[in-house]
Design a protein around this ligand. Structure first.
Ligand SMILES: *Cc1c(COP(=O)(O)O)cnc(C)c1O
Length: 339
């Protein structure tokens, strides 16, 4: 089940979904009904799980667009028991992350299932809070709780054909005691696995970043010592320098926190961001790359020759996570798909 929520982590949900379906994925996962509807309207035909909530006014769209809801409470079961046509749902168990999923007793779930025969539990799922952290016992506790609930549901005659718990980290590092028929990778599809903590096995998922992100140089300037750069004049040239102004800023997804801290790749080498990142423009030091001209490309994320910069490195500098960097690449940045 390829996770393509948040516009496929910034990569473009429609294109990525087409590729995943072509490669044989039978399921996709999105966060909202809107995201699912957009995929259907683009002709995506495989099964689609809506993982976050379904609002009352969105219930009809679930059936109309053949979306499959994750249900998070006993109340959700009656909410979807609204038509003569049976509906398949995936029941999410909160095993200790304390985000979405039900805490209800199995007897209560079983009673609700009896009362709502129009709802079929096709999938049973949970989500791990710390699957890459082998210094923590949280994942083992979550697995034990999930297995208990699944066994008890089985005793009540509720056996979901699809069992899915693992997202990228639990797939990559493996987790003992987990029996599942489906997995939900997101980050790994886009070429990333978070580093593990503690006594973890090596990642079994060998991937490279799928996306590179480029911006054009719109101007080049020579500055005299003492010149200040950008809003607030936060960077002062200590020596003569040559700067390039890139046509991308925080409105494109370059974190403002990279001001005077981050780097991009220009002319095949790392070029520091100097001054504050503006909404539409970012200034970099290209003193070491005298051949660069307006119109040339710089690489915000990706590789030029031996030099590379990925979302995890950018995230570390910006004080965030790689997911946030990828999802932050805004809609106005044009996506090009290359084989
Ligand atoms: C986002 C999400 C995933 C995918 O997680 P990755 O770490 O990107 O693989 C899987 N399951 C749920 C419930 C999610 O919200």
């Amino acid at each position: 089940m390829g996770v393509v929520k948040a516009d496929a982590y910034g990569h473009g949900a429609i294109e990525i979904s087409r590729i995943l379906c072509k490669e044989g994925a039978r399921w996709l996962a999105v966060s909202s009904v809107d995201e699912g509807v957009a995929l259907r309207r683009a002709g995506i035909d495989c099964r689609i799980l809506v993982m976050a909530g379904v609002m009352p006014w969105e219930r009809d769209a679930i059936r109309e667009f053949r979306l499959t809801p994750a249900v998070h409470s006993v109340g959700d079961l009656s909410f979807f028991n609204d038509s003569a046509e049976p509906i398949d749902v995936h029941l999410k168990i909160d095993t200790g992350m304390n985000r979405l999923g039900t805490h209800a007793a199995v007897s209560e779930i079983a009673a609700a299932m009896k009362a709502h025969p129009g709802v079929r539990i096709e999938g049973l799922m949970t989500h791990f809070a710390s699957a890459a952290d082998f210094a923590s016992g949280q994942t083992d506790e979550q697995i034990a709780r999930f297995n208990d609930v699944a066994a008890e549901l089985g005793k009540c005659g509720i056996r979901a054909p699809l069992i899915h718990c693992a997202s990228t980290n639990a797939i990559a590092y493996g987790r003992a005691g987990l029996t599942q028929t489906l997995v939900r990778p997101g980050h790994a599809i886009y070429g990333y696995v978070s580093p593990a903590r503690g006594d973890a096995p090596a990642s079994s998922v060998n991937v490279a970043p799928a996306l590179s992100w480029k911006a054009r140089i719109v101007a080049i300037k020579h500055l005299a010592p003492g010149s200040r750069i950008g809003y607030g004049g936060s960077f002062v040239a200590a020596a003569p320098m040559r700067i390039a102004i890139l046509a991308a800023g925080y409105a494109d997804g370059i974190s403002h926190r990279l001001s005077n801290k981050g780097k991009v790749i220009a002319g095949g080498r790392l070029a520091p961001i100097v001054g504050t990142v503006s909404m539409d423009l970012t200034t970099i030091d290209v003193t070491q790359s005298p051949h660069l001209r307006p119109g040339d490309e710089a690489t915000l994320l990706g590789r030029e020759g031996d030099v590379s910069l990925d979302a995890q490195q950018i995230a570390r500098t910006a004080g965030t996570i790689s997911y946030n960097v990828l999802c932050g690449i805004s809609a106005r940045v044009r996506r090009f798909y290359v084989e």
